[in-house]
Write a protein that binds this ligand. Sequence first.
Ligand code: SF4
Length: 216
Amino acid sequence: MVRTEAPEDAYTAEPFVPGRGGLPALRRAAAECRGCPLHRDATQTVFGAGDEDARVMLVGEQPGDQEDRQGKPFVGPAGRLLDRALEEAGIDPAEAYVTNAVKHFKFTQAEPRKRRIHKAPNLREMTACGPWLAAELAVVEPELIVVLGATAGKALLGSSFRVTQVRGTVLEEEIHGRPERLVPTVHPSSVLRADDREAAYRGLLSDLRVAAQALG
Ligand code: SF4
């Protein structure tokens, strides 16, 4: 079915989300989402990846340049760093479901063929994309959500979320109508940008160890 984009004051992915069919149906439908304008400039929808039976769901902000080109989440430098930290913390990356709060890459570009610079999604775009994350949570039913950074935290826990205040703790909150346990930490890309990368990496690792312990 061909759908047109929602009017500006009503951005939402809701009409595009199928009511049944599991992750394959969600992934197919998300490829056609026009719930907000971010699909216009991005290469493709980058839906979550991983098993329906995953025990842990990792939620990041939005796809980056590499993810946008390859159509898979966390395949760029931040994803490689995350995999290393997960393994070191005792969480098998192959057993985690990884996704983003927003499924299209938002960027600025000074001129065509210039580097595309990541731009954080705004609240309206995060809210618009929420139904996809809600649908992923309903299918995967993870035992634990690892919240990667401020945008994912705001998308899941509201605009007052501050990653520095709650990182490395186990939170219990109702998310999209379901009781969830969450461990917030920083986004792995912030480790790559940090002046002291080693210290930032140790911080991420310490938070992920809390997640590993919560999983038991
Ligand atoms: S960012 Fe989300 S809501 Fe917006 S078009 Fe992409 S999938 Fe749809």
